[in-house]
Design a binder for this molecule. Structure first.
Ligand code: PGA
Length: 259
């Protein structure tokens, strides 16, 4: 397997959610591989449903595109019917795992403690966690978005210290922007990314230096450059537009053009 590019300038992560089939994935991945093999400054990561990880491993194994899962068990092994462990993800070549996505946190009642434990289990097994944080529309309108995100980070800080964020990825995903076509403005994203960086830096500068923060929520080819140009936005987590090869490629080219 080709190793993930060292310290790429930007990351673009495809979050396929519960979409795909062997056949559809094959043509989508073929298109990704053809268009994205010459990116110089951007690490592409594809996060697919569990059953397709073997397909990612066989199709992406000899490319620069990395892959990962969209969830993982907090436990390492044992009688946890239906769960998938970090080591199982490693078996299929995963380097990344999305954790705490709001679609899971709300539908499956994932607590911040649960997500924090998954975060540390992922790190322990050599996976890079992509931790999703973000506020609802009501919370934004009430002006408490920083408090909400702060609390989501505090659970990890309290249990494992701010150093846990070294070499991790946070994805700021305002819940009101996910799948709605209404992305955060560059200014809104900039303010939250700055807030997160400052919060971690106040506790551990080294960890803050080694932390990447992506933006997610209705990233598309039209808004990608504006968002990715913002200081402290290290790339994007892309849902809907990652299912269309042309849209995804254009988002990746936008990221790669900024350096
Ligand atoms: P979206 O999803 O790009 O479809 O808004 C982003 C995400 O949920 O990760």
């Amino acid at each position: 397997m080709t190793q993930t590019k060292k310290s790429p300038k930007k990351f673009v992560v495809a979050n396929w959610k519960m979409h795909g089939s062997l056949k559809q994935n094959q043509s989508l991945l073929d298109a990704y591989i053809k268009a994205l093999s010459n990116l110089k400054h951007t690490q592409i990561v594809v996060c697919a449903p569990y059953p397709y990880l073997a397909q990612l491993q066989s199709m992406l194994g000899s490319t620069d595109i990395a892959w990962g899962a969209q969830n993982m068990a907090k436990n390492e092994i044992g009688p946890f019917t239906g769960e998938v462990s970090a080591e199982m993800l490693r078996d299929f070549g995963c380097e990344y795992v999305i954790l705490g996505h709001s679609e899971r946190a709300t539908a499956y009642c994932e607590s911040d403690e649960n997500i924090a434990q998954k975060f540390m289990t992922a790190k322990k097994h050599g996976l890079t966690p992509i931790l999703c944080v973000g506020e609802t529309l009501i919370e934004r309108e009430a002006g408490v978005m920083e408090m909400v995100v702060s609390k989501q980070l505090d659970t990890i800080i309290k249990l494992y210290g701010a150093e846990a964020f070294a070499d991790a990825i946070i994805s700021y995903e305002p819940i009101w922007a996910i799948g709605t076509g209404l992305a955060a403005t560059p200014d809104q994203a900039k303010a939250m990314h700055k807030f997160i960086h400052n919060k971690i830096a106040a506790l551990n500068v080294e960890a803050e230096n080694r932390l990447k923060i992506l933006y997610g929520g209705s990233v598309n080819p039209q808004n990608a450059v504006q968002l990715f140009e913002v200081e402290n936005i290290d790339g994007g987590l892309v849902g809907k537009c990652s299912l269309d090869a042309q849209n995804f490629e254009n988002i990746c080219f936008a990221a790669d053009s900024i350096h």
